[in-house]
Design a protein around this ligand. Structure first.
Ligand SMILES: Cc1ncc(COP(=O)(O)O)c(C=O)c1O
Length: 363
């Protein structure tokens, strides 16, 4: 087949909205100080690794995984303080759960609504499933929720789903809890509170689940220290969980993830020690960044910090850091609310020092 026919076939059959997308890009970080993806930088003590390997040795890889993953769900319920009246659904990362929620409600013309800047996957997945996406700007000064704008947009667009990341990525702040409640009450459809950074936030909407049948809470193990496992959870009224469960592909949580995550939940103290340390180190990193001239550093309740650099310098600073072996995230887009913004994940104390020294040199 000639190249032209190949391209023609693609243009004819591939959905236009998919043609218009760019694939999610992940920069190769081999050999670098990796502070771009909100990972926990710590591994487990060797004794724990040895114990975990013994658990894995018992995995029956010739069999399909437990389709319901009940023991794991019970362990997660306890560690994540999920109300017993709520249902729980597991996903291959919370990304998969975001996709399942949207697939369950998608119809042409239906709207997904979220404050912006926000987590980019909400808009991408809306496009995968053929829904319309509406972004509502956060307040430009401190990235807080513009409640009036949110309520007006909800009234106008009647969204099937509203996504609120709590704390928000990439800004790091926690939205006002009362504003969230007003949004839940005003929304005609679902409101998903995405608590991916819960471990660093000391705040949650989980305890409101029993009050609102349209509230769904997402959590992930990724930021707690288990990004490689790919495990997210959705807690919500069982009515919604049972329906969304119908479109989950069978066996979406593999056996090694089930065994490893259940093991990790039995040793949740180790993860909590690590995430508490990251939260403390975040405060230290925040103060040290604030001491640098010319930066606006935004307060964070997550394991990363957003900061604004002098106008026009973000791309060069990002590149210079990369040359120096430190990978962070460049969020700069001309004219956007994130113009001149960079985001750094909190790493180990040594990684944070390496970042700060390289950044000082680059400045
Ligand atoms: C707000 C938010 N939600 C969800 C995710 C996805 O997490 P995962 O698919 O690793 O569970 C991320 C990842 O960066 C995030 O920032």
């Amino acid at each position: 087949m000639t190249a032209t026919t190949k391209q023609q076939r693609l243009a004819q059959w591939l959905r236009p909205e998919i043609q218009a997308l760019s694939a999610y890009h992940v920069t190769d970080a081999t050999g670098m100080v990796k502070l771009d993806a909100m990972e926990n930088p710590y591994g487990w003590p060797q004794t724990l690794v040895d114990e975990w390997l013994k658990v894995l040795a018992g995995a029956e890889l010739n069999r399909y995984p437990d389709p319901e993953a009940r023991p794991l769900i019970e362990a997660l319920r306890s560690v994540h303080c999920i109300p017993e009246q709520s249902g729980v659904l597991l996903g291959n990362g919370s990304d998969e759960l975001i996709q399942l929620i949207m697939m369950a409600v998608a119809l042409p013309g239906r709207v997904v609504l979220s404050p912006e800047p926000g987590f980019s996957m909400y808009q991408m997945i809306a496009s995968f499933v053929g829904m319309d996406y509406v972004g509502v700007p956060l307040s430009a000064t401190d990235f807080s929720l513009d409640l009036a704008a949110m309520l007006a947009a909800i009234e106008q667009h009647q969204p099937a789903v509203v996504f609120l990341a709590y704390p928000n990525n990439p800004t790091g702040n926690l939205f006002d809890a009362e504003a969230i409640e007003k949004i839940i009450m005003a929304a005609p459809g679902l409101v998903v509170v995405d608590e991916a950074y819960h471990a660093f936030a000391d705040a949650t909407q989980m305890d409101r689940l029993t009050e609102y049948d349209n509230l769904l809470v997402l959590r992930t193990l990724s930021k707690m220290g288990l990004a490689g496992l790919r495990l997210g959870l959705l807690a919500a009224d069982p009515v919604w969980v049972d329906e969304i469960n119908k479109i989950r592909l069978p066996y979406n949580i593999n056996s090694l993830t089930q065994l490893s995550a259940a093991f990790a939940m039995r040793h949740a103290d180790t993860l909590t020690e690590q995430t508490d340390r990251i939260s403390r180190d975040r405060e230290d990193l925040y103060v040290r960044l604030q001491q640098m001239a010319g930066l606006t550093v935004y307060p964070s309740r997550a394991n990363f910090i957003l900061f604004r650099v002098p106008s026009g310098t973000a791309p060069a600073l990002f590149e210079q850091l990369k040359q120096d072996g430190v990978l962070i995230r460049n969020l700069h887009r001309d004219g956007s609310m994130l113009a001149d913004c960079l985001r750094v994940t909190v790493g180990t104390a040594a990684e944070n020092d390496a970042f700060l020294s390289a950044f000082q040199r680059a400045l």
